[in-house]
Design a protein around this ligand. Structure first.
Ligand SMILES: NC(=O)C1=CN([C@@H]2O[C@H](COP(=O)(O)OP(=O)(O)OC[C@H]3O[C@@H](n4cnc5c(N)ncnc54)[C@H](O)[C@@H]3O)[C@@H](O)[C@H]2O)C=CC1
Ligand SMILES: O=C([O-])CC(=O)C(=O)O
Length: 290
């Protein structure tokens, strides 16, 4: 059985916690949030599910958990145009988590935005093995890409690599179709705006992130060796070092079991390099500050 800590029990953290408790796959849940009233409410709501899962809200219990979901911090609103703009607000929250879990040996899933940069930050701060820290975003971006392709009657796996943000990279070369550059650029503009459409309508994205985060956690717990797109610390893969970016990985009980290196076409390579430059610059900035 598996223990899960949820650091930040807002919409995403709370949603995943409830899903985990009803799954039958975890036996212990630690919840933590700086909003004490919300934390107590979330704990009670989960207790009322009457599932066979023990709970704790003691921050010192986080470090003993097999998996930590990091979803605490500021989300975007309509006025915050990019996820990267959340960096300065959310680095101190990541730093609080790092202080609570010295010598952590389990697996951390980073959801808080900007997810790629905070993945790198926590990796540097904690000195954790790189396969044990996983940034979330690529699964969700890929699902949104699949949706956009389906609107154009293209049935495909629809993969997004790169940053979970403005520098996301839709992979067209695997569709088997010759998608022209102007059409690619047009789809990319739509994808960059996909979550903001939801934020404008209901304040935040919720169901799709919770669904895909749970799929990731389930893949870890069941050692499913699932092919997913996750943000991984890169040390030479795709000719990139010094950052974490969305790449194809295999996920199992030990976290990221391997990173797959795909042949990308020229347009994809250029966009992936742009993502690496953008994210590495921000990683360098916060690594110096840390
Ligand atoms: N990577 C991805 O694909 C996605 C990332 N996100 C990101 O996840 C984060 C959470 O989003 P939501 O759950 O919608 O926000 P939310 O506002 O509902 O929840 C965030 C929670 O963090 C707590 N928090 C803030 N500072 C804290 C601290 N220092 N210590 C402990 N708890 C603290 C707040 O009290 C709040 O309950 C945001 O940064 C959002 O941008 C959201 C959706 C998808
Ligand atoms: O767009 C946002 O701010 C939340 C997020 O990362 C997503 O839903 O992809």
């Amino acid at each position: 059985m598996t223990s899960l800590a949820v650091f930040g029990t807002g919409r995403i953290g709370g949603g995943v916690a409830a899903r985990a408790v009803s799954s039958g796959l975890i036996n212990h849940l630690v919840l933590y949030d700086c909003n004490q009233a919300l934390l107590e409410a979330q704990r009670l709501d989960i207790e009322h599910m009457r599932c066979p899962v023990t709970t704790s809200i003691r921050p010192e219990d986080i470090v003993a958990c097999d998996i930590i979901l990091y979803a605490a911090g500021l989300p975007r609103n309509q006025n915050i145009k990019t996820r990267a703009a959340l960096l300065d607000c959310n680095v101190p929250v990541a730093s609080e988590l790092a202080t609570l879990i010295p010598d952590y040996k389990g697996i951390i899933i980073v959801v808080t935005n900007p997810a790629d940069i905070l993945t790198y930050y926590l990796w540097k701060s904690l000195g954790i093995l790189k396969n044990r820290i996983i940034g979330f975003g690529g699964q969700l971006d890929s699902a949104r890409f699949q949706y956009e392709l389906s609107l154009r009657s293209i049935r495909d796996d629809g993969i997004i690599l790169g940053e979970h943000g403005e520098h996301q990279v839709p992979i067209f070369s695997k569709t088997g179709l010759d998608v022209e550059i102007p059409i690619r650029d047009d789809i990319l503009v739509t994808l960059r705006n996909a979550s903001m459409e939801i934020i404008k309508g209901k304040g935040a994205t919720e169901y799709a992130p919770v669904y895909h985060i749970w799929h990731l956690i389930e893949s870890i717990i069941t050692d499913a060796k699932t092919n997913l797109i996750c943000s991984a610390i890169l040390e030479g893969e795709y000719d990139v070092t010094g950052c974490s970016l969305g790449v194809p990985v295999i996920i199992g009980r030990e976290g990221i079991l391997s990173i797959e290196e795909w042949d990308l076409d020229l347009w994809e390579k250029e966009h992936f390099q742009d993502a690496a430059t953008f994210v590495s610059d921000l990683c360098r900035r916060i690594a110096i500050d840390s």
